[in-house]
Design a protein around this ligand. Structure first.
Ligand SMILES: Cc1cc2nc3c(=O)[nH]c(=O)nc-3n(C[C@H](O)[C@H](O)[C@H](O)COP(=O)(O)O)c2cc1C
Length: 445
């Protein structure tokens, strides 16, 4: 069989997609507080044979902008984030094949909690669970967990490294054949095959074993989106799927080669780790319709303050201290490597000095990932180009509006990818690891 794309639906359990104005789009369904909303979207993606529906997370309202949540609340800049375990439980009950993933932070949770949550989800879904490992991004999150400010970048990764060691040891604490369940002898499980882990480190002490037997996938699949050198090393060691956010195919190709080299250097098979850029598809019956839709999403519905509230949150930098028409200065860029990268990206599109308003507008256009706009054929062409020229192994597709963006993609683009032999017509296996074509790990590997 020819190489197949991996497709992931990028979801938020809240009022907006990654487009901060998405809730204002006339056809957007605003029932994001009901389980039916999430079930409907997951079923739609499953009809499109997606590998995974994955939910991002933040543990605070955006509160860096103006040191307040006022604008996030007023303009709907992601003030709502539901608890993901409950959402995933509902999605699992409404689907049978698609993988289900959720984000949990290694900075604010404990290894035992996370190991138990995902082992449980893996059982209840018959092997479809995935954990997106994040180290969290900003001070607002720290302040909800008794800290003043966020741990610095390298410390976060030190903690994440130890966190993963403990979680994997907990997942492996039951051997595959530990359960006996012999009613006649009265033996439930073999104590020789259920192990304490006795993890003792700088950040955690965990005795174990887990209270959840070994799961259908052995270990739930692991997602990661580190983009720094440290993040890429971490992903090379642990991730089964790596999310990226590169602005152009040339940058993505360099990132792809670099990350695959790091995976090989970590002693793993690079073909068994999928690199997936975050991408946006705006599909229209004609090119003109697609472009008009894009204009509406990006300009008609996004308030600059909503956009800056989200940007401040991601970059942990307060843009409210500047006027919208202030130029982006070197001093400002020095405060965060993220601002520099963004400003440089924006400058390539403008023939003049970049202002804070430009950053807001371009943040709304989500410049950090490729955007495929056009007829279904044109969208498929661009995806195919990225996939076949060493840019990626598939995509994490973000929705402009819900559920419409995924419905349109599944109805219009998926059949073309299937006709071209780039994407499955049916699920071949039942677990997420089987969809991805990656092996089930043994214990203690
Ligand atoms: C597609 C995608 C999804 C992400 N989802 C989350 C998320 O849900 N929560 C979060 O705190 N960070 C999320 N991130 C941020 C990454 O975890 C990571 O912190 C970021 O890419 C910066 O990389 P670094 O940690 O190596 O500096 C996401 C990144 C990407 C590209």
């Amino acid at each position: 069989m020819t190489r197949q794309m991996t497709l992931v639906g990028f979801m938020q359990a809240g009022n907006v997609t990654v487009y901060s104005g998405s809730w204002r789009y006339p056809s957007a369904d605003l029932s994001f507080l009901s389980m039916d909303y999430y079930r409907h979207i997951a079923r739609t993606l499953e009809r499109g044979k997606f590998d995974l529906v994955f939910f991002d997370d933040r543990l605070a309202m955006p509160g860096v902008y103006g040191n307040s949540v006022t604008d996030a609340v007023r303009y709907g800049a992601r003030p709502v984030k539901l608890d993901l375990t409950a959402v995933l439980g509902g999605v699992i009950g409404a689907t049978t094949r698609i993988g289900v993933g959720a984000t949990y932070s290694t900075t604010y949770y404990a290894p035992y909690h996370v190991a138990r949550t995902f082992a449980t989800l893996d059982h209840l879904s018959d092997g479809r669970a995935a954990w997106n490992v994040v180290t969290s991004v900003n001070d607002s999150e720290a302040q909800n967990f008794g800290l003043e400010s966020h741990l610095d970048h390298d410390e976060r990764y030190d903690r994440a490294q130890e966190f993963l060691e403990a979680v994997v040891a907990l997942w492996d604490s039951w051997e595959d054949d530990a359960l006996i369940m012999d009613r006649t002898s009265g033996e439930f499980a073999d104590p020789e095959k259920v192990h304490e882990i006795n993890h003792s480190g700088k950040w955690f002490n965990v005795r174990g074993p887990l209270t959840v037997p070994r799961t259908p996938q052995g270990r739930p699949a692991i997602l990661q989106a580190g983009s720094s050198g440290r993040g890429r090393e971490f992903a090379a060691e642990w991730a089964d799927m790596i999310f990226t956010a590169d602005p152009s195919l040339a940058v993505a190709q360099r990132h792809y080669r670099d990350q695959k080299d790091r995976i090989e250097a970590a002693g793993r098979n690079p073909d068994e780790v999928k690199l997936l850029p975050m991408a946006y598809a705006v599909v229209g019956e004609t090119q003109a319709i697609a472009e008009e839709k894009e204009r509406l999403f990006l300009h008609a519905y996004v308030h600059p303050k909503a956009s800056l509230a989200l940007l401040s949150e991601v970059l942990n930098y307060d843009f409210a201290q500047h006027d919208l028409d202030d130029p982006v200065t070197d001093e400002m860029m020095g405060a965060s490597s993220g601002i520099r990268g963004l400003a440089e990206g924006v400058r390539q599109h403008l023939d003049r000095e970049v202002t804070v308003r430009d950053l807001a507008a371009h943040r709304a256009t989500l410049l950090q990932g490729p955007r495929f706009v056009g007829t279904p054929e044109k969208v498929a062409d661009q995806m195919q180009e990225w996939f076949e020229t060493g840019g990626c192994d598939g995509f994490v597709l973000a929705a402009t509006h819900l559920p419409g963006a995924f419905e349109e993609f599944v109805r219009m683009v998926v059949p073309i990818l299937q006709d071209r032999g780039l994407f499955r017509r049916e699920y071949a296996g039942s677990t997420l690891r089987e969809h991805l074509g990656i092996p089930r790990p043994g214990t203690g590997v």
